[in-house]
Design a protein around this ligand. Structure first.
Ligand code: GDP
Length: 624
């Protein structure tokens, strides 16, 4: 999939070139690479030129290889890992996904500018594109109202006189320039997108109510935006209120590390009233200024690349997807691959439901014609025809199967190996504690544990249990979560398991510090987790001689094995916890017995079986 976006360029720029053997066009291995092929670490997205530089081949070669795969890209375009891995394989290398480094994110703005300066010279076709804005802040501080006020004051009214915005983003025009607003406010949606690999926001507007000040979710929003390397513009809202105290808000922001320009810092800050529509124009003008500094550019003459921001199945029209175009121009009739599906663009509608023939960079557009409903965060790639669409889908599927989530996630047990493999230079920690007073001492302890190879950085800290949004931030920032005297919400636990995020709970600072220190040095004792393999119900009890007993059971679930540990459950009680001493099918010893079969089981040092007891077979597995 091809995407040209500033954020992709910035955050994923490889730090240095790996030492790889030069390959000439002649030596190219077409599909399969021999066993000793050079391995190359690639970021999640990479520019065509950078990829060619890394491989030390001519960029034309990479472009040709992309074309062979049905992707039309130019030298300045950014391609994702799956696509790059394919190209790399075609040129005789093996690609490995390099985890995104927080360090790179921190220097993102700087790197991005360098990249843009460099590309700017050669890329005549790069033109400024509208900034894409997400509004964040504490609940009830006026995010929705502000989005409303912006839309009402500035959307170019349609002839019908009304504004019928019907998709999850809209554009406003100010001083002849456009700005795109994503209509799902809040850092949760923002980080969920990032966790999916899509960085679509250029600037964050942080809404802080002047009568309420900086609150927990304000701080959370700041940390989420910072972790993504996205600039923050502050809108102090509700200044119409009698008890508004913007100065206090500014003070609190400074304490949170956001020093406003007026006080000598570099955070742009505006005072607004969403209710009375005051300060909105100034806010929009400031956003344009920040956008100018960010030098947001895209090439509209290329085939389109974009990201899904909303998708649904419409009863009459079929799959509908709202996409944000990130680069290039999408036209009616284009063949596109979007996530796991593809289609031909039958019709397109803009944010005021007007049918349009083409959609340019930073434009939100509703698309009709996909064969299935894609997922939010999926990327769009334009291809030549159906044949290439199918081929790209197949490649994406294969790449996904290979790349397991666990391989990416940071984990205390495998941290040392990841450090040694050069994959981790910074350990990002999300810290949740029961009381505010614990945060600073623990943060201090953690950050002091950093070594020469790996720094420990607390990217977000707050009181309260571990939430979905913490897990998403960990996924998006390749970090782990430490809970001190807190638990995790059920939903968060589930997401953590599926996304492979490591959550560690402690109630003694010393134990936590000791674990992290050992993990950094590779001395952490492995953690074992229980895995239940099967359950069986006792149907009969037999004598096994000399007062010994064996249980005749039927396996209800999973399988049971000769080497398993076993618990005997009677109702809610556990009356024995031991190991299997014998396992027989008819008179023969068996290694394992599967669901639905009967067998005889002996339990070490236990003979008080009763019909109806449940035997639970389990083993302890080392946590990866
Ligand atoms: P959100 O949770 O951040 O999206 O907050 P909302 O936009 O839903 O606003 C929360 C409440 O604050 C609503 O009752 C709004 O009418 C009110 N509100 C929002 N902006 C302003 C403002 O500028 N002035 C005043 N007085 N009230 C506001």
């Amino acid at each position: 999939m091809v995407k040209t976006s500033k954020s992709a360029n910035i955050t994923h720029r490889p730090a240095e070139k790996p030492a790889v053997t030069k390959v000439t066009a002649k030596e190219q291995a077409p599909e399969a690479a021999p066993a000793n092929v050079p391995v190359i670490d690639l970021p999640r997205s990479i520019g065509v030129r950078q990829l060619a530089d890394m491989l030390q081949v001519d960029s034309i070669l990479v472009i040709k290889q992309l074309m062979r795969n049905g992707i039309m890209a130019n030298i300045n375009q950014v391609i994702d890992f799956e696509t790059a891995a394919n190209i790399v394989a075609g040129l005789g290398f093996k690609a490995r996904l390099k985890p995104m480094k927080e360090q790179q994110m921190a220097t993102a703005a700087e790197e991005g500018k360098k990249a843009k300066r460099r590309y700017g010279k050669d890329a005549d076709n790069l033109v400024p594109r509208p900034p894409v804005i997400t509004v964040m802040g504490h609940v009830d501080h006026g995010k929705t109202k502000l989005l409303d006020a912006i839309r009402k004051t500035n959307v170019v009214d349609s002839e019908a006189g009304g504004i019928t915005q019907h998709i999850g983003a809209y554009q406003v025009t100010i001083d002849g320039q456009k700005i795109t607003f994503l209509d799902t406010p809040g850092h949760e949606a923002f980080t969920a997108m990032r966790a999916h690999g899509a960085n679509i926001t250029d600037i964050t507007v942080l809404v802080v109510a002047a009568d309420d000040g900086v609150m927990p979710q304000t701080l959370e929003a700041i940390n989420h935006a910072r972790a993504a390397g996205v600039p923050i513009v502050v809108a102090i809202n509700k200044i119409d209120k009698d008890n508004a105290n913007p100065n206090q808000v500014k003070q609190q922001l400074a304490e949170a590390g956001l020093v406003i320009e007026e006080w000598g810092g570099n955070t742009v800050c505006l005072e607004v009233s969403a209710k009375e529509k005051k300060g909105i124009k100034e806010l929009l003008e400031s956003l344009l200024l920040v956008a100018e500094i960010e030098e947001l550019k895209a090439n509209p003459s290329l085939p389109a690349a974009g990201v899904v921001i909303e998708a649904e199945m419409d009863k009459t029209m079929g799959p509908l997807a709202t996409l944000l175009i990130q680069s290039g121009t999408m036209k009616e009739g284009d063949t596109v691959v979007v996530g796991d599906t593809w289609g031909r663009v039958r019709a397109m509608f803009n944010d005021v439901a007007k049918r349009i023939k083409k959609a340019e960079p930073s434009m939100p557009v509703e698309v009709l014609g996909l064969n299935n409903v894609p997922q939010v965060g999926d990327t769009l790639t334009t291809v030549v025809d159906e044949h290439h669409a199918q081929a790209l889908l197949a490649r994406n599927r294969a790449a996904r199967e290979k790349e397991t989530v666990r391989a990416k996630a940071i984990n205390l047990n495998t941290l040392y190996d990841q450090i040694n493999a050069g994959k981790v230079k910074e350990l990002n920690v999300i810290l949740k504690t029961d009381v505010q007073g614990s945060i600073e001492p623990i943060r201090h302890q953690l950050e002091q544990l950093g070594t020469e190879e790996v720094k420990v950085r607390v990217i977000h800290s707050a009181t309260g249990s571990v939430t979905d949004s913490d897990v998403m931030l960990a996924t998006a920032s390749n970090g782990l979560i430490i809970g001190f005297n807190v638990t995790a919400q059920e939903g968060a636990k589930r997401v953590a398991v599926t996304s492979g995020v490591d959550i560690r709970f402690y109630n003694i600072i010393y134990t936590m510090a000791d674990d992290v220190a050992k993990a950094l040095k590779g001395m952490l004792e492995p953690v074992y987790v229980e895995v239940i393999d099967g359950r069986a119900e006792i149907r009969a009890v037999f004598s096994a001689g000399k007062g010994l007993k064996a249980a005749g059971v039927i396996v209800n679930e999973g399988k049971i094995t000769r080497n398993a540990k076993v618990r005997v459950r009677r109702g809610k009680e556990i009356i024995a916890d031991s190991s299997v001493s014998s396992l027989k099918r008819f008179k023969d010893d068996a290694k394992e017995v599967l669901t639905g079969f009967e067998c005889g089981v002996g339990v070490q040092d236990f003979h008080e079986f009763r019909v109806g007891d449940i035997l639970e077979f389990y083993r302890m597995e080392k946590q990866q």
